[in-house]
Design a protein around this ligand. Structure first.
Ligand SMILES: [Zn+2]
Length: 83
């Protein structure tokens, strides 16, 4: 039996007024949260051509969005980055 652990919402960054990925420019940004909404992170969607850049785990959606928007040291490059 596989426990259903992830609640995944795929959203376009424009819907959340997020800027596109700072590393590859992809506008398909994935907001991922635990099923109980206790933690969140945002990632550049590799399935839709992104590089997989990802924020650290955050404990509110607002915090995750803040890390994505500010693009400080809390945002890590993904494996698919080409430069
Ligand atoms: Zn990217």
């Amino acid at each position: 039996m596989i426990a259903k652990f992830w609640a995944v919402e795929k959203v376009n960054s424009t819907l959340l007024s997020l800027p596109p990925c700072p590393f590859c420019g992809n506008s398909y940004v994935e907001l991922i949260s635990s099923l109980d909404h206790k933690w969140f992170y945002i990632t550049c969607c590799e399935e839709l051509g992104g590089c997989g850049a990802v924020t650290k785990i955050c404990f509110s959606m607002e915090e995750a969005v803040d890390k994505w928007v500010r693009r400080d040291g809390e945002l890590m490059r993904g494996n698919g980055n080409k430069d």
